[in-house]
Structure formats: C-alpha cells, structure tokens
Design a protein around this ligand. Structure first.
Ligand code: CA
Length: 247
C-alpha cells in the first residue's frame, strides 16, 4: 500500500511537471509566433514604404503655385478664350469679351472687375533693365542658323491720360555668327498690351533688324517666360520663333 501511494504521488508530480512544461512551451511558441508574425508585418510595411517612395520619386516634386498657374494657362491656350483676336476674355463663370483697350484703363469693364486687377495690370514685364533671351529658329524669310536673341527693356512710358497702353523702348541683340559670336544690336520701340499680355516691338529704323518685328506673348501664367514670334513688319508674315526666358 505504501509503495502504491508513492507511485501515485510520483505520477501526479510527473503530470503536474508535464502540464507546467506544456504551458511554458506553448507560451514560448506563441511568443515566437508573434515575433515572426510582427517581423513579417514589418517586412510588409517596409516593402509598402519602399514602393510608395519609388512612386513618389516617379511623380517628381510637388508642383508649386507657379507650375499650377502655368498648367492652367496652357489649358486656357488649348481651349481658346472664346473671344476673337480683337478682344480678351474676362474669365470667371460667365464668359465675357472686352476690347484690350479697356484693360487697365482705370475703370471696371468686366463684370467681375478682372480687367483692373493688380496681376493683370502688373508692369513687371517691361521694367527698365528686364532682359529676355531665347534660341531663335528660323522657318522662313531668311536662312539663319538657330541663334540667341536677347531683348532688354531700356525705357517705358505710361501716359496718364490713357493708362491701358505702355510704350516701350528696347535693345534687341542677336548672334550674327555662331563661331565668332559676333553680335548685332538695334534699337526697337513698341508697346505692352495688358489685355493680351503681349510685348510688341519693331526696329526704330526700318532698315535695321531685317525689317522684322517681334511679338512676345506672356501666355504661360507668369512674367518670366513668353512665346515670341519674329515676322515681317509689313505683312506680319511669321519668319522665326523663340521661347524667351527672363534672364
Ligand atoms: Ca477697364
């Protein structure tokens, strides 16, 4: 009987140890499982972050306000204003065309007042000393190799009696010979058109500048760059073009 009790006690002890061992083992297994699971989760997150970073790099920099303005201007250029060449669009929800002669004349002519707003009537593009340059490509009139054209504003006058127009003086320089970098210059006169955001210039002396005039449209939503056309003053036939950037 004594031996039987000892044997039963030994079995009970073994079962308790075995149960204790199983719980510890289960805890360790569960811990390992959680660690492995977390490691997998972290790996997944790292992969996701890497993919997002690659996508972000692919997207490039977040566009700033000037880039968005330029994009909107390009869309407007593609869509057209809905006005003929002799009129400009007021913008806004209700399309309205007015003469460019009424833009920045000191009186509201657009219903939304757009024709007298500060950014429309800014004279930044024709401030004295402002310089624009670009590589000019000729498609007609004269056989010139592509060359640099530089426009520098030398004077301007805005008549108090009629503020819708700014009269401008400028010097236009262009490379005659790309090898020797020989440069020719001529004086030009013209005006800044607030309504069309356009700078129009012709040579002071019609015998200079090949009898060509220059018209630069600041149609990209800023005052820093413009699409310029060079054409015959007499017929306005287009001969060359360049994309001008403020220097
Ligand atoms: Ca006006």
């Amino acid at each position: 009987m004594k031996y039987l009790l000892i044997a039963l006690a030994a079995v009970a002890c073994t079962v308790q140890l075995s149960n204790a061992f199983s719980r510890e083992a289960a805890k360790e297994m569960l811990h390992d499982y959680r660690v492995k699971n977390q490691n997998f989760h972290i790996d997944d997150l790292e992969n996701t972050v890497t993919e997002l970073e690659e996508e972000l790099e692919g997207l490039g920099d977040i566009p700033d306000a000037s880039t968005i303005a330029a994009l909107k201007a390009r869309i407007r250029n593609l869509e057209g204003t809905g006005c003929d060449e002799d009129h400009v669009q007021c913008g806004g929800d209700v399309p309205e065309c007015i003469s460019p002669l009424f833009v920045c004349d000191g009186q509201d002519d657009c219903k939304n007042g757009r024709d007298e707003e500060d950014d429309v009537c800014s004279m930044d593009p024709v401030k004295v000393g402002t310089t624009y340059s670009g590589i000019t490509s000729w498609s007609d009139c004269v056989l010139h190799s592509p060359h640099m054209t530089v426009i520098t504003i030398t004077a301007f006058e805005r008549p108090p009696a009629y503020t819708a127009r700014v009269y401008v003086r400028a010097v236009v320089s262009f490379e005659v010979d790309e090898h020797s970098h020989l440069v020719q210059s001529y004086s030009a006169k013209g005006y800044w058109d607030f309504g069309h955001h356009r700078l129009n210039l012709i040579p002071n002396d019609s015998t200079q500048g090949g009898g060509h005039g220059i018209s630069c449209s600041f149609n990209l939503g800023n005052h820093e760059e413009a699409d310029c056309k060079i054409g015959l003053v007499t017929s306005k036939h287009q001969c060359a073009a360049f994309h001008a950037k403020k220097v």
